[in-house]
Design a protein around this ligand. Structure first.
Ligand code: HPA
Length: 257
């Protein structure tokens, strides 16, 4: 077993990684987002990657997801915890809430979703009914519980193209569709992990109410909703790091047993 942690705006490094080594992994799909930091935590082999690059220079639509996931496979990673900062759409998904997504609706466009183009004469359909690995998700939820963290154990993650945030009308539509949270990176990451047969689970932290979703909290009834504040998002991301790393380390010790 080898675990990868994919960080983004949240979890920019794994402080407890022992004997960390930075490795460049070449792939047939071009450059990954960053060097891969490999090491051990409590004896378990762990790989860390930041999907946005070390200085957060790669926007969600520009991420080379195929290179990132293929490189993890080359590193013999078997399990992936993907950490994400998201917006909250439905009532329970309030800022600073940890959420473990169990479903996805993909609103992205123009992102390459598959490795199929390298397989000769064979279309590799994957079952994606449950886009996240059930066993790893269970381990993650147990870790959150053991840490005493108040979290949402189910959510549909709507993946938007970005980098702009959504309009109020788009969020209303996503809510009608059944989305609970909104982020920009779970696809095609989750689908590519499934094609490469790596167990993939999501750990999200809500860092803002999605556009218009915080209406009743931020404005009076009948008044326009507050706009999303980038400063508040930045602040919550800073505060969120110390929350999100605890269940990650707890998962690592659970997997090591
Ligand atoms: N929308 C999309 N992605 C996000 C948001 C949002 O409101 N907040 C954090 N990531």
């Amino acid at each position: 077993m080898k675990l990868a942690i994919i960080g983004g705006s949240l979890l920019k490094q794994l402080n407890r990684l022992q004997q960390p080594v930075e490795e460049e992994i070449r792939t047939p799909f071009g450059q990954a987002s960053a060097l891969f930091v490999t090491g051990t935590i409590d004896g378990l082999e762990v790989v860390y990657l930041n999907r946005h690059g070390v200085s957060h220079q790669i926007a969600p639509h520009q991420i080379n997801y195929k290179a990132n996931l293929f490189a993890l496979k080359l590193l013999e990673v078997t399990h992936i915890i993907a950490v994400a900062a998201v917006g909250g759409i439905t009532a329970k998904m309030s800022p600073m809430k940890c959420v473990v997504a169990d479903q996805i609706i993909d609103y992205t466009h123009g992102r390459i979703q598959t490795y199929n183009d390298i397989k000769d004469n064979h279309v590799n359909h994957i079952d994606f009914s449950y886009p996240f690995d059930e066993t790893l998700t269970k381990t993650l939820k147990l870790a959150l519980k053991q840490e005493g963290i108040d979290f949402q154990p189910r959510a549909t993650y709507g993946v938007t193209q970005g980098p702009r945030l959504e309009t109020i009308a788009e969020i209303k539509r996503m809510k009608r569709d059944g989305c609970d949270i909104v982020g920009m990176t779970a696809m095609p990451e989750a689908a590519l992990a499934r094609e490469l047969e790596m167990a993939y689970a999501n750990l999200s932290l809500v860092v803002n109410w999605a556009a218009g979703a915080g209406k009743l909290k931020s404005g009076r009834r009948g008044q326009p909703a507050a706009v999303v504040s980038m400063d508040e998002i930045k602040q919550l991301i800073i505060e969120g790091n110390s929350i999100i790393e605890k269940p990650v380390y707890r998962v690592i010790s659970a997997l090591n047993r």
